[in-house]
Design a protein. Structure first.
Length: 634
């Protein structure tokens, strides 16, 4: 992951119509109009053209036409959104808001919801879009409309719901190059006059796109995912609807490697030859191709190739990687994801003018990730015999091999209660309360291992024997309480005033541990965390309908924040805040045959989190870096 300067000024000059379509000038199409898009971004069904938000709604057909099967390609359809990746984790950026540091337990800058249930893990953003009614992307802070803080924007994936009285089924198969095959299907079964069951499943397979020349079976960016979802709809009365949901996701394969699977070089101080994050030039990273006849480990000196924590940092050896899509790694890459979810969605028309909705979710998430930490194919790897625990073997001794492991377990509970006005009067409102309990346990292991049969895996008996291990257990439970209100009032037939407010209280408790030697108390360093963040946020705006025209103008000011956090390195982070200004227009022309939606924004971000290198330890850490500005036209 690459961090830019702490102080940045980003101009996102993207000009795009949310929907632009003009019917051909044939007589038979004179009456053709664009189908009205219905969204629930403001907790009630509304036409997209009536919502004073910069929002893109994408239906299932459009997703399939553009081969958008997950978050990684959604940016081809959504202006202002770009997609990045840190290994298997999604790192989306929206209107200049990006995850600048890799902090486990932190909330992503773009809140992700599946049927209204908040998903807290970056890896969860990579779950597939399938059997969905639509995907809604809201740009800008949305804290007064959704349960969790929404700092840069919100993504809500809305699944197709069971239908009472209608049997339906379907299957879709896509075959692609790289031995790719994706099969997905659904079945909607009416059980009675008041109940229906919908089953959905997919299976996705594809060979790796980043070729491992050392071990072709260990190529990166493959797909090996299975997913099944069941939904039971019960409607015991006209006023009450209850949906019970459950899903299971199993993801395997090699994955995408570490934060960057290919590293072109590291900073080396030319005066001292030492690894330096402060003063240095970029030298090629150590690594060699064992098939390269110019390499001889007995004569190629590595005395001047300094090491950082057991990592040979740079040296005169031939680079192993042959480009961004050709790598050479000897240690097996592993990606193993398992997630089980349960949810309840309750809707009750308490009166003729008020609907009560309850959204309750639980997820059990497990993930194991393993990468070749030295980014090379060093196949003869005992540590220097004269100095077996040294972080800098040096000399002409054979090189060590490094494995990097991240093991995660996480349980998440969430509950949201909403009261929504449903009358047709001039005053419309939503009042909500939200609770989240997020319990992640992460372990980061960086280990040098001795020689053994290649390829090696963490299940091998010789792993870590004769080598050394850095172990970073990290646990930081988040408990969040929030209350919010969002409302609009019609001052005249054409003019409406908007407003919203939110109060959030987040606590984070846990610890970060750095274990060099588990048998030596002097080499175990633990940092406890007990952090609390209280923050009010708000929104103000105006809507105006141009008289006699299908045009709505709007202007809003809103604020958002992300709570601070602890990090695996033992540091604490302050909260990040944003103030967002937006003006926009929703336009319908040519008697409904053309729609043009425009928005201009200016966002002011403060205390953004960035990745930097600690000059004392030379390890990468996350810190609050400073301020940033983003502006653009969409």
């Amino acid at each position: 992951m690459i961090s830019k300067d702490i102080k940045v000024n980003v101009l996102s000059a993207m000009v795009a119509a949310a929907v632009v379509a003009v019917a051909p000038a044939h007589a038979q199409n004179e009456g053709a109009v664009i189908e009205e898009v219905i969204v629930t971004a403001q907790k009630r069904e509304q036409s997209l053209q009536d919502v004073s938000l910069a929002i893109t709604a994408v239906g299932e057909r459009q997703l399939m036409t553009n081969n958008v099967v997950d978050m990684s390609r959604l940016d081809v359809l959504v202006p202002g959104l770009t997609f990045g990746r840190a290994g298997p984790d999604a790192r989306p950026s929206i209107r200049g808001a990006a995850t600048g540091g890799v902090v486990n337990g932190s909330d992503p800058v773009m809140a992700f919801y599946l049927d209204g249930v908040y998903q807290s893990r970056p890896s969860q953003l990579m779950s597939a879009f399938f059997d969905v009614e639509r995907v809604e992307v809201l740009r800008g802070p949305q804290g007064t409309l959704f349960g969790r803080n929404s700092y840069g924007g919100a993504l809500n994936v809305i699944s197709r719901q069971p239908e009472i009285g209608n049997f339906d089924a379907g299957i879709d198969t896509t075959i692609s190059n790289e031995s790719g095959m994706r099969v997905q299907g659904f079945m909607n079964v009416p059980l009675s006059e008041t109940a229906a069951l919908r089953l959905s499943a997919f299976r996705d397979r594809r060979d790796g796109l980043v070729r491992n020349t050392f071990n072709p079976d260990d190529s990166l960016n493959d797909r090996n995912d299975d997913y099944v979802r069941a939904q039971l709809l019960l409607e015991p009365s006209e006023r009450l609807s209850l949906t019970l949901k459950g899903s299971y996701w199993n993801g395997g394969g090699n994955g995408m490697g570490d934060f960057g699977y290919s590293v072109p070089g590291v900073p080396i101080n030319p005066a001292t030859g030492n690894t330096s994050a402060l003063t240095g030039i970029i030298e090629p990273r150590v690594g060699f191709n064992p098939t390269d006849p110019s390499f001889n480990p007995l004569t190629t000196g590595v005395a001047d190739a300094p090491a950082q924590g057991g990592l040979i940092a740079a040296g005169p050896m031939t680079a192993a990687d042959q480009g961004p899509y050709r790598i050479s790694r000897d240690f097996d890459h592993v990606r193993d994801v398992k997630q089980t979810t349960f949810g309840v969605d309750l809707s009750w028309d308490a009166t003729d003018s008020v609907t009560v909705r309850g959204i309750f979710g639980y997820s059990d998430f497990e993930e194991y990730r393993q990468v070749d930490g030295d980014y090379s194919s060093n196949i003869v790897n005992p540590l220097a015999p004269a100095n077996p625990t040294s972080a800098n073997p040096g000399g002409s001794n054979p090189l060590p091999s490094l494995v990097s492991i991240n093991s995660t377990t996480q349980e998440t509970y969430s509950a949201e209660l909403q009261f929504i006005s449903t009358h047709t009067g001039p005053f419309q409102w939503v009042v909500g309360a939200f609770y989240l309990n997020d319990q992640p346990d992460d372990t980061f292991i960086y280990a040098v291992e001795d020689a053994g049969p290649a390829p090696r895996t963490p299940l091998g008996d010789t792993l870590f024997e004769g080598g050394f291990t850095w172990d970073f257990p990290f646990s930081l439970e988040t408990e969040s309480y929030a209350a919010y209100v969002d409302a609009n009032y019609a001052l005249t037939e054409n003019l409406r005033v908007l407003g919203g407010a939110r109060y959030t209280r987040d606590t984070r408790k846990g610890f970060s541990t750095f274990i060099i030697d588990p048998n030596d108390p002097g080499l175990i360093f633990e940092t406890p965390f007990d952090l609390e963040f209280d923050k009010p946020t708000w929104k103000l705006g105006l809507e105006y309908d141009l008289a006699g025209r299908d045009t709505m103008l709007y202007s809003t000011i809103s604020t958002g924040f992300l709570a601070g956090n602890g990090t695996a390195s033992g540091d604490s982070l302050d909260e990040q805040t944003v103030t967002a200004y937006e003006i926009g227009a929703k336009n319908t022309f040519l008697d409904g045959r053309m729609k043009l939606n425009l928005s201009a924004f200016y966002n002011k971000y403060e205390e953004i989190v960035v990745s930097s290198i600690n000059p004392e330890t030379l390890l990468t850490a996350s810190t609050n870096g400073g301020d940033a500005e983003a502006m653009g036209l969409e």
